[in-house]
Design a protein around this ligand. Structure first.
Ligand SMILES: NC(=O)C1=CN([C@@H]2O[C@H](COP(=O)(O)OP(=O)(O)OC[C@H]3O[C@@H](n4cnc5c(N)ncnc54)[C@H](O)[C@@H]3O)[C@@H](O)[C@H]2O)[C@@H](O)CC1
Ligand SMILES: Nc1ncnc2c1ncn2[C@@H]1O[C@H](COP(=O)(O)OP(=O)(O)O)[C@@H](O)[C@H]1O
Ligand SMILES: [K+]
Length: 533
């Protein structure tokens, strides 16, 4: 069972550590001992019988953790080999290094020495952690490349070395490239995950991520703008002022709720023979709990939409929306899926000034990217749901920064890009992918990691997501919450269905996800995470 948690940037983590030390909560040495103990403990949990281990120690405090791991595994009967850099480390790491030197020797951290040892055994990567500022080079780069090639059982201390923990990028490597970087079986990180553990290459390179408690809870008063991560498989964050929403099915606002108090979603569809995408959105909006859903194609395409589901209402909307929007009960609009770019542009010109809660997806995003006046009319009740291609059309400079090979840390991240985009356009931006980042204009952000459901990348999945978010907006959830909960339910629906999923299955899985959420909420008052099997 995983719980949602906050993600801290490396700067925030350093601030917390400094505060802990400054207030006398813990010394640096104690924190390092706890960090090393946590890693050694995880290793012994996985390999209970002592065996050979090679600990690779870098020049900073990450290396200091490595010397602690070496000492504790030696004490537990392991056959420990240590390779380390010969620089003078900071005082805490120096102390840990001396303690190890009282037990065993330190061989130079070079590829030749590493290859010269007996093969096999567990490897511990304690070369670089949060202090990585530039791409590894020379001997260290050669060692990391070698580890990526031979793939030994590898335990990473805080992160696989070379990974930028703020972005999930490998410094010095083109984005997305990392075939020969170390792939850890398990990464033991401290106190809280960092963005790089859950976005970019992080999930690929970290393996199983274990967050170890090193006693920093009492000083957790990090600076502002903390993103909350929403983990798979499913969870409800707690103790957070910006916690994701409670299940709208349980939200009984008026005394005698009726369908209109559950909102009325309008899904704007496109011309003849292109209505499938909008129907998927409409079905998802209905299933997620909008009181009413109206599908609105142009008159000539209305006949395309006869048939199931009967719960869906249909009405023709041709070129203008003002008359339709005069019905103020229409409180959430979805525009884009299968809409056609020209039609989306024309309708947006009416829609955006009305300042109704709106999801803009697909063709609506392309229309936006072609018309600066439309972009200027975006407002804080809008949710934009671009994939990376659409994002690049809307925010080319941000996409370019995100695509550039990072030469120094902290590298520009998907989290930075979504936040910058949201601040710039004044709307919630949901940047899709296996690592979906959702950001609000005020800097609040959520990461939803769905690397475990690659089958969600299927045609029409985005249309279903747009519909889910629209349905939640109709239920009066604020835009950031609707986008977050929609993303969560979307991925969980895919997870429950399993491989073989097509987008049509997603709306049909929603009841099962909602039932689990409802059961959890009625039994535990949002205090603990939902166990999902
Ligand atoms: N600060 C603390 O109190 C704690 C820190 N801990 C550990 O300390 C780590 C952070 O320690 P540091 O800040 O010392 O940083 P690191 O140990 O990650 O490495 C920083 C060192 O490497 C050098 N360096 C950076 N990039 C390099 C490159 N490409 N090539 C060669 N040298 C490079 C830096 O100049 C610095 O000397 C964490 O990841 C964690 O493992 C833990 O012990 C818990 C407590
Ligand atoms: N590798 C992946 N693993 C998990 N989810 C993914 C992956 N790639 C994409 N997704 C998700 O699948 C959905 C695809 O949406 P989108 O790209 O808009 O597709 P479409 O336009 O065909 O509907 C998004 O929710 C996205 O976050
Ligand atoms: K490391």
């Amino acid at each position: 069972m995983l719980e949602s948690t906050e993600v801290l940037t490396t700067a925030q983590m350093r601030a917390i550590e400094s505060a802990a030390m400054a207030t006398g909560q813990a010394t640096g040495l104690q924190l390092m001992e706890r960090a090393g103990r946590a890693v050694a403990g995880q290793i012994r949990l996985r390999w209970p019988k002592p065996r050979r281990v090679t600990v690779l120690c870098g020049p900073g405090n990450n290396g200091g953790d490595g010397y602690v791991v070496a000492r504790l595994l030696h004490r537990a009967g392991w056959q420990v080999r240590v390779l380390g850099t010969d620089n003078p480390p900071g005082p805490d790491a120096a102390q840990m290094k001396r303690q190890w030197q009282g037990i065993g020797r330190i061989e130079p951290l070079t590829l030749a020495v590493l290859q010269g040892g007996a093969e096999g055994g567990v490897h511990v990567d304690a070369i670089f952690g949060t202090g990585l500022t530039r791409p590894p080079e020379g001997e260290v780069a050669a060692i990391l490349h070698h580890l990526g090639r031979i793939k030994p059982p590898l335990v990473a201390v805080d992160c696989p070395s070379g990974l930028c923990m703020d972005s999930g990028a490998l410094l010095g490597h083109p984005r997305g490239g990392g075939d020969l970087a170390p792939h850890a079986n398990v990464t033991v990180a401290f106190h809280r995950p960092k963005p790089g553990h859950v976005i970019g290459l992080g999930p690929l390179l970290c393996g199983e991520l274990v967050i170890a408690d090193i006693g920093l809870h009492d000083v957790d008063s990090a600076p502002t703008a903390r993103p909350a991560v929403i983990w798979p498989p499913f969870d409800i964050p707690r103790d957070q002022p910006d916690r994701p929403p409670t299940n709208p099915l349980l939200k009984q606002s008026p005394l005698h709720p009726h369908k209109y108090s559950h909102g009325h979603a309008l899904i704007l569809a496109g011309g003849p023979a292109r209505g499938g995408a909008a129907r998927l959105s409409a079905r998802a909006a209905l299933r997620i709990g909008a009181g009413l859903v109206t599908l609105a194609p142009p008159a000539e395409a209305l006949p395309d939409h006869i048939g199931q589901p009967d719960a869906l209402m249909r009405r023709a909307v041709d070129h203008e929306l003002q008359e339709t929007l005069a019905d103020t009960r229409l409180n959430a609009i979805c525009i884009g899926p299968g809409c056609g770019i020209d039609r989306a542009g024309a309708l947006l010109a009416d829609l955006l000034p009305a300042r109704r809660a709106t999801v803009l997806d697909a063709d609506a995003l392309t229309a936006l990217s072609r018309d600066a006046a439309l972009t200027a009319a975006l407002h804080d009740a809008c949710v934009l749901t671009p994939h990376m291609g659409e994002f690049a059309r809307l925010f080319p400079d941000l996409a370019e920064r995100l695509a550039a090979t990072p030469s120094e840390g902290p590298a520009y991240s998907k989290l930075d890009a979504a936040r910058d985009a949201a601040a710039r356009c004044g709307a919630v931006v949901l940047l899709k992918g296996p690592d979906t980042v959702i950001a609000a204009p005020d800097g609040r952000a959520r990461i939803h990691s769905a690397f475990d459901v690659p089958w969600l990348a299927t045609a029409g999945a985005g249309d279903a997501l747009a519909g889910m978010i629209t349905g939640l907006l109709a239920r009066s959830l604020p835009p950031l919450e609707a986008a977050s909960l929609g993303t969560l339910i979307h991925a969980q629906a895919a997870r429950l269905f399993g491989p073989g999923l097509i987008a049509d299955d997603l709306p049909e899985m929603i009841p099962q996800v909602l039932r689990a959420l409802q059961k959890f909420q009625s039994s535990s008052s949002v205090a603990t995470a939902l166990p999902m099997t």
